[in-house]
Ligand binder design. Sequence first.
Ligand SMILES: Nc1nc2c(ncn2[C@@H]2O[C@H](COP(=O)(O)OP(=O)(O)O)[C@@H](O)[C@H]2O)c(=O)[nH]1
Ligand SMILES: [Mg+2]
Length: 489
Amino acid sequence: MAASPSYGDASPIAAIATPLGESALAVIRTSGPDTVNRLAGIFSRPGALRNAPGNTVVHGWILEAQTGAETKPGHPPSRIDEVVIAVYRAPRSYTGEESADISCHGGIAPVLAVMRALHAAGFRDSLPGEFTFRAFMNGKLDLTRAESVMELVSAKTETSREHAVRRLSGALEAEIQAVKTLLVQALAGIELLLDYSEDEADPAGRSADLPLLEEALARLRVLAASYRRERLYQGGALVVIAGRPNAGKSSLFNLLLREERAIVTNVPGTTRDWIEAGIAIEGIPIRLADTAGLHDSEDPVERIGMARSRELLAGADLALYLIDGGAGFTEEDRAFFQDYACSGNGRTEGPVPLIPVWNKADLADLPAALRAALPDWGRNPLGISAKTGEGIPALTSAIAAGLEAAFGGSGGAEVTSGAAGIATERQKELINAAVISLEEALALEARDLPLDLAAPLVREAVNALGEITGEVSTAEILETMFSRFCVGK
Ligand SMILES: Nc1nc2c(ncn2[C@@H]2O[C@H](COP(=O)(O)OP(=O)(O)O)[C@@H](O)[C@H]2O)c(=O)[nH]1
Ligand SMILES: [Mg+2]
C-alpha cells in the first residue's frame, strides 16, 4: 500500500459508501484490479464468488484474513459478517473496472471489521470521489455528469434533485457538445478562408461563419445566465427574519418550520448564536434564521445580539422585517426602514431585498396607511398572523418569488423549461471564458479585421468547452475537482 496514494494510483480501493452508524445494512464498495479474487480470499464461498458472472450477487461470510503462518488445518478462519456481494465485471461497472459492492450489517463494529479484512486482502482506502474519478478516466461519464453525481448526493429538495438528474442524464453535456459543434464548423470555415484568401477576397464566404458564432454565443449566454438560479436550487439561500422584540419573529420561524416540512434538516455546523434551520419553499432549499429583536437598548448583551442580527441581515439573500401589528408601525420601525435604505445595510450592491410583514393581523388589519409610511423600494407589505396562519401561503410565495428575482430573475425563465443549466463555479468560469473569446472574435469580424486573429479566439472557446466536459483536462484540474467529493462516491 502506498504511503500517500494519489488519484493516479490504480490499485484496488475500498470505501464505506453509507454513513457509519447503526443501520440495518451498510454498503462497502470495492474496485480495481483483481477485486473479485482478492475478495474470494476472505470469503466463505471463494469458488462461487470467482465464478460469479457480472451483475450477479453471491451470499456468504466475510472471513478473517489469514496470513500463511496462521493457517492451520482444523482451525477455519473466524467469521466476520454475513454479507451479500454484488459482482461487476469490467467494463460493465460504475468505475469501468472489475468491482464489487458488499452489503453487510450496518453496525459500526461489523463495518470496520469488514474494512480491516479488506485492507488485509490488499485494498487501500479510497480517496474522495475516487470511484467517480475512475469512471471518468474509463470514459463512463463526462465531467458535467461526474459533478452532478455530487449534486444528487447533496440535493436538499425535489427541485434540486430533478435538476441534478437532468445533468446526470447528460443534458448539459449534450448542450455543450452542440455548441462546440457549431464552433468547430465555424472554425473549419474560417480556416478554409485563411488558406484561400491570400489573393481572392471573398466577402460572402467571410461572413458564412458569423451566424454559427452568433448562435453559439447566444446559447452560451443562456447557460451563463442559468448559473445563479441553479446555485439557488443546489446551494440554497439564507432568509433572515428581523424586527423589533415581540413582533412575532420566533412564532413565524416556528410556524414556517412546521408548515414547510423539508427534506432539509438542521445542518450540522451552522448552529450559531441565532437560531437557524433548513426549510424548503417551492423547491428552494432555505436556511431560515430567527434573530434577536432590533430596538434601542443600552443593555450590552442585547446590543451584541443586535449587532449579530445586523451582520446576519447583511449576509442574507432575502430579509423579512416583521412589524408588530399589536403595537402598530412604531418610530423604531420607521427608523429601521430609513436606515436600511440609506446605508445599503453595509453592502456595496445595495440593501438585501426585504419584504415588510405586518404580523398579528388577527389583532389588527394591515393599515392602509402603512404603504405610504414605507420607502418606495419596499415591496408591498404582507399581512400575516403567526398565530392563526393567515397570510402564510402568500408570504411563502413572496419569499420564493423574491429569491428567484434575486438569483437571476429573467435569465432563469429558459432554465425552468427543462433546458440544461450550469451548477458549478468551475463550469461558470469556463463558460464565461468561452463567452469572452467569442465576443472578441465577433468584434474582430465586425471590424473586418484579418481572420487569422479570430481563429485562435474561437479555438480558445472550443478548448474551454472541452474542459467543461473533460475532453481537455489536466491531472491538477481533476484532482481539485474530485477531492471535493465524498469518500465512497
Ligand atoms: N395575537 C397574535 N399574537 C402573536 C402573533 N405572533 C406572535 N404573537 C405573540 O407575540 C408574542 C411575541 O412573540 P415572539 O414570537 O416571541 O416574538 P419575537 O420576540 O419577535 O420573537 C408572543 O406572546 C406570541 O404569542 C400573532 O400573529 N397574533
Ligand atoms: Mg424571538
